[in-house]
Design a protein around this ligand. Structure first.
Ligand code: KG4
Ligand code: ZN
Length: 359
């Protein structure tokens, strides 16, 4: 057996500055996440320039914090990993630059990891490995997609479908804004939905074409806007100001109705993906779920239902649902074991490579 190895991982793709030390066997030795939510709240969305500046200010203390929390000296690190795509370019550049400097000065390999693929690895942190191929579902603020996971290698995943407009987390955050809740509102909508009637308002569940594994949430967002504030006036009519913010019982009902439609659409495509899976005579695949919305209470309940039907479903521990560096470090171990090392020419890339999309 090879000696235990330690990966120092960095994540800065959006508005969380994160670092982690992950040991062999998916053991998370430390995971530090410095959120910037308070810096972006007044804009009700992430402002790229503010995000990259905050990453630059926070990256070194966060890396130091991760090493200290793991009781690991820099010289004990065997490799440095970084989420290098996709994300905000100015944010990615801070993490990639820091990771390159660390790898160079420590004289260890540098490993670039795809942030979305890492979300799919998050359920395996501190847990047993999963049999592959598996079906992956990413539900985050920037991405909503289904994957066939063949191998834990840079080109080992095939995208089966993805959102054609908003990501589901983005739709949650916009729903929160429509309902007068602070940014990022996904968790608040989830919490308020518990007190509402999910059948109070009939909001659309997007299906798209009968065999489509793509997602769409913009129609739901618009339907919620109209349900909350009324349909726009006809052309030529005087502009009408929005009615005062909905609150109380009505707001809870709208949260619950939105949640039912949004998670309903996610589950519909997940079940469709399972139904279309090429089993070649084998069992149903295991399902791996990751991304911020995998913390959602209704999604978790629906995944439990799928489990009770005999499907192996793996979701991350709550702390590894939102952006973190432990998921980058965990996946980097797989790359390291398979000999996928990036080299100091690694580039930050705002988009995911197109090569993984299914034809
Ligand atoms: O994975 P993540 O941290 O960032 C991206 O990679 O995009 O996901 C953040 C998203 C936000 O849109 C946030 O509102 C949403 O996840 N989120 C939730 C919940 N917790 C976080 N959405 C619905 N219900 C939740 N409980
Ligand atoms: Zn993410």
């Amino acid at each position: 057996m090879s000696p235990p190895r330690l990966v120092l991982a960095i994540e800065t793709s959006c508005d969380e500055t994160a670092a982690s030390v992950v040991g062999t066997g998916r053991v998370v030795r430390s995971s530090i996440v410095a959120s910037q939510h308070e810096l972006h709240a007044e804009y009700r969305g992430v402002v790229p320039e503010i995000a990259s500046r905050a990453h630059a200010e926070r990256i070194l203390p966060v890396v130091r914090g991760a090493l200290d929390a793991a009781s690991v000296a820099p010289g004990d690190v065997h490799a440095v990993a970084v989420g290098h795509r996709p994300g905000l370019i100015g944010s990615l550049l801070v993490g990639v630059g820091a990771a390159k400097a660390l790898a160079l000065t420590l004289g260890v390999p540098l490993i670039g990891v795809d942030h979305v693929h890492a979300h799919l690895y998050a359920p395996l942190l501190g847990a047993a490995p999963v049999r592959l191929p598996a079906l992956g579902l990413v539900v985050s603020g920037g991405h909503t997609a289904l994957y066939r996971i063949e191998r834990w290698e840079p080109h080992g995943l095939t995208r089966l479908g993805s959102t054609i407009d908003d990501a589901v987390g983005e739709a949650y955050d916009k729903a929160a804004t429509i309902l007068g809740l602070p940014f990022p509102g996904g968790p608040l909508v989830d919490r308020l939905a518990a007190d509402g009637d999910a059948r109070a308002v009939d909001l659309p569940v997007s299906r798209l074409a009968p065999r489509s594994l793509d997602f769409s949430f913009s129609g739901l967002k618009t339907a919620l806007l109209y349900a909350a504030h009324g349909v726009p006036t006809r052309e030529g009519d005087p502009p009408r100001s929005l009615p005062p913010t909905v609150d109380g019982r009505r707001r809870a009902d709208l949260c619950a109705s939105f949640q039912r439609a949004a998670i309903g659409a996610v589950m519909l495509k997940l079940r469709r993906g399972l139904g279309q899976w090429d089993r070649r005579g084998g069992d149903a695949p295991a399902v791996l779920v990751g991304g911020g919305v995998s913390a959602n209470s209704l999604l978790r309940a629906e995944l439990d239902r799928l489990r009770s039907e005999g499907v192996e479903v793996r979701a991350p521990a709550m702390e590894f649902c939102i952006d973190n560096a432990a998921m980058i470090g965990g996946l980097a171990h797989e790359y390291l074991d398979a000999g996928h090392v990036s080299g100091l020419g690694l580039e930050a890339m705002p988009t995911t490579g197109t090569e993984e999309a299914a034809a």
